[in-house]
Design a binder for this molecule. Structure first.
Ligand code: GLV
Ligand code: GLV
Length: 325
C-alpha cells in the first residue's frame, strides 16, 4: 500500500520527523523561512497533508493548489497564518500545538516582565559601553515587581501560567477575557473588564489569539488609559498592538515602557522606530524557543498530521465542524 503524501514546510525537530518516517511519504523544506510561493504551490499538488509553520501563509489560493489536502497541521499554537474559514469550507482540518509550549512562553513572558522592570538590556548596554563610572543611588532605578498588579489580557493556558508565576513573585493578578474563567479564583486572579484592567495594572501582558476581534486591541486610547508608570508586554502576536501608537506611547512617556517578543511585521525591519527606544526591550519571537517546547511542538504537529491521514480525529482540531465520525 502506498503511503499518503505530505509536505513539511519547515525543518522540525527529529522527535517529530521520526513519527512521520515510514508512515507518510513526505518532502521537507529544510531551509530558513517559507519556501518560494510558486515552488510551494507546485509541491502541494498531490499532497494530503501540510505541516506548516508561521512563515507559510495558508490562504484560499494555496488550498486551491492542493486539491487532495485533508489537513493543515500548524507548528504553533496561534494559527493566524491560516485562513481557517477557507479551510473549513473545503472540509480541511486545521490543527495547532497548544499545551506543549505553555510553560516556555510563560517563562519568556516573565523574562520580559523582569527585564523591562529592571532595565536589564539597557543596563547591560550601559555597562559594556563604558558608561559605568560610579555607583549611585539613582543609577538605573527601575520598576517594582513585588506588590505590583499584573493585568493578563487573554486568560487561556499561557495567561494562567503567567498568573502562577506572578503569584510566586508576590504580584496581584488581574485578568480580562471574553468571559470569566473557571479556575481563576483558585489562581488568585480577579476579573476586570479591559478598560478597568488597563487603568489598574502596573504590567499589562497580552495572551490572546490574533483575530479580527483582537487586531489592534491595544491602540492609542488603551495606551493612554494605562498608568504612566506601567509596562506593556506582548509575547502573543504583534498586530494585537497598534505599533505606531506604541512608539508614541513609549517615546512620549504615556507609559513607562514595553517588552516585546512579537511585531506587526516579522522579522522586524531594522528601521522600525521602536528599536531606537531604550525603554523598549525586544526579542525575536522566541516565546516557545526551549528544547522541551520545540520537541513537543514537533511531536504534536506530526501526531496531528498523522491522525488525519490515518482517519483518526486529531487531538488539537481547531475547526471541529469539519470532523464527521
Ligand atoms: C508561536 O508564536 C505560536 O503561536 O506557537
Ligand atoms: C530597556 O532596555 C529596558 O529594559 O527597559
Amino acid at each position: 500500500m502506498s503511503l499518503p503524501k505530505a509536505y513539511v514546510g519547515l525543518p522540525i525537530q527529529e522527535a517529530g520527523l521520526k513519527l512521520l518516517r515510514g508512515n507518510v511519504d513526505f518532502k521537507i523544506w529544510e531551509k530558513e523561512g517559507a519556501p518560494p510561493r510558486d515552488e510551494l504551490l507546485r509541491d502541494l499538488k498531490d499532497v494530503e497533508g501540510l505541516l506548516a509553520g508561521l512563515p507559510i501563509r495558508v490562504d484560499g489560493e494555496l488550498l486551491d493548489a492542493a486539491p487532495k489536502l485533508k489537513v493543515v497541521s500548524n507548528y504553533a499554537v496561534g494559527y493566524d497564518n491560516i485562513d481557517v474559514a477557507a479551510a473549513t469550507r473545503r472540509g480541511i482540518c486545521v490543527t495547532n500545538t497548544p499545551e506543549v509550549l505553555t510553560q516556555a512562553t510563560a517563562d519568556l513572558t516573565f523574562a520580559l516582565i523582569l527585564a523591562s522592570a529592571r532595565r536589564i538590556v539597557e543596563a547591560s548596554a550601559f555597562l559594556r559601553s563604558g558608561d559605568w563610572k560610579v555607583w549611585g543611588p539613582e543609577l538605573l532605578v527601575g520598576t517594582d515587581v513585588a506588590g505590583a498588579a499584573t493585568g493578563i489580557v487573554g486568560f487561556g493556558q499561557i495567561g494562567q501560567a503567567v498568573a502562577r508565576r506572578a503569584r510566586g513573585f508576590d504580584m496581584n493578578v488581574l485578568y480580562s477575557d471574553t468571559e470569566r474563567k473557571p479556575g481563576a479564583e483558585a489562581l488568585g486572579a480577579k476579573y476586570l473588564p479591559l478598560e478597568e484592567l488597563l487603568r489598574e495594572s502596573d504590567f499589562v501582558t497580552l495572551h490572546c489569539l490574533l483575530n479580527e476581534q483582537t487586531r489592534n486591541l491595544i491602540g492609542e486610547k488603551e495606551l493612554r488609559t494605562m498608568k504612566k508608570t506601567a509596562i506593556l508586554i506582548n509575547a502573543a502576536r504583534g498586530p494585537l498592538v497598534d505599533q505606531e501608537a506604541l512608539f508614541r506611547a513609549c517615546s512620549e512617556k504615556w507609559i513607562c515602557g514595553a517588552g516585546l517578543d512579537v511585531f506587526v511585521k516579522e522579522p522586524v525591519p531594522m528601521d522600525e522606530p521602536l528599536l531606537t527606544l531604550p525603554n523598549v526591550t525586544t526579542v525575536p519571537h522566541i516565546g516557545s524557543a526551549s528544547g522541551t517546547s520545540r520537541n513537543g511542538m514537533a511531536t504534536r504537529s506530526a501526531e496531528n498530521l498523522l491522525a488525519v491521514l490515518q482517519g483518526r480525529k486529531p487531538v488539537n482540531l481547531v475547526n471541529e465542524e469539519v470532523w464527521k465520525d
